[in-house]
Design a binder for this molecule. Structure first.
Ligand SMILES: [Zn+2]
Length: 296
């Protein structure tokens, strides 16, 4: 194979999924570590200054982390013999050593020698699917999750927590702290941008999008107390095909499969747009490719 979809040098296509992310239960994305081990710290939520206001937002990195960690069991369930790495700094494909040299260093050496195709070939052959999709050290990944900013007014609440010693389980005497959160029914703009992903990988992301829509991907902290349940509404799928300018998504690998979407899409400003229930149908078609792909 001469083309690797992990290579960012040729832009073949871009698939963008947008939706309204609404929280059904309170959501808190903290600015620091939580819960506090000592001292009665007040736990403020993470905020960003936009249009003269300090307001809550969900960093794209948090959403990406959430998607990657939920992709792991999905991948294992598909094929128990495939063990994806966790993506953490000490447990990722790039750190695996062969003849005392890490994959990361071997790729860097090839790149320094100007052998970029060989470097990409080595990366493609040696990394797990999650590294290819979500990224690895020195490799940006082919999916971008944008910071999710508020599209509606939000109200904020505060709940009192009790600091517990995580080692002994004992309550620190008088160590109460205030936990700030976003009240239910706030609306954030969710955007996922996938570049050059084969249809089965788009299908894996589609599966995770459905899981998020159905409340299975919980956002932020205090999940054990019922925080973080969200849903997705008003979906839109936008397709920009640089190769053939069509709405259909051709397969990008031997194990991949073509997906026809022309019947669901309409052309707006030179892009193919699929919205509402049709967007869910499109995601379903992609998910079917994921369900039937044979990963070895
Ligand atoms: Zn990996």
């Amino acid at each position: 194979m001469s083309f690797y979809w992990t290579s960012g040098r040729v832009l073949i296509r871009e698939v963008v999924f947008e939706a309204d992310l609404k929280n059904i239960s309170p959501v808190r994305i903290g600015a620091g570590r939580e819960p506090p081990l000592e001292a009665s710290a007040d736990l403020a939520i993470l905020r960003i200054r936009r249009e003269g206001k300090e307001e809550a937002y969900i960093p794209g990195s948090s959403i990406k982390g959430l998607f990657r960690s939920h992709a792991e069991p999905v991948l294992r369930m598909k094929n128990p013999r495939i063990a994806p790495c966790s993506g953490l700094s000490k447990d990722n494909c790039m750190m695996v050593r062969e003849n005392y040299e890490s994959l990361h260093d071997r790729i860097q050496t090839l790149q320094r020698m100007g052998k970029t195709t060989e470097a990409m070939k080595l990366f493609f052959e040696k990394t797990c699917l999650l590294c290819k999709i979500f990224g690895a050290p020195s490799y940006a990944g082919r999916v971008i999750f944008q910071d999710a900013y508020l599209k509606s007014e939000a109200s904020y609440g505060v709940r009192t927590g009790i600091a517990i010693d995580r080692r002994t389980g004992a309550v620190f005497r008088g160590q109460f702290y205030q936990v700030e959160y976003v009240e239910p029914d706030a609306c954030f703009g969710f955007t996922l941008r996938a570049r050059n992903l084969p249809n089965y990988a788009l299908g894996l992301l589609s599966k995770l999008v459905f899981m998020m829509r159905d409340g299975e991907l919980k956002v932020g902290g205090f999940k054990t107390r019922g925080f973080g349940t969200v849903t997705l509404e008003n979906p839109t799928l936008t397709i920009i095909n640089y190769r053939n300018n069509g709405a259909d998504l051709e397969k990008l690998e031997d194990i991949d499969a073509d997906v026809g979407l022309s019947d669901l899409a309409s052309k707006t400003d030179g892009k193919w747009v699929i919205s509402g229930d049709n967007a869910w149908s499109a995601l379903k078609r992609l998910m079917e490719v994921w369900n039937s792909v044979n990963l070895s």
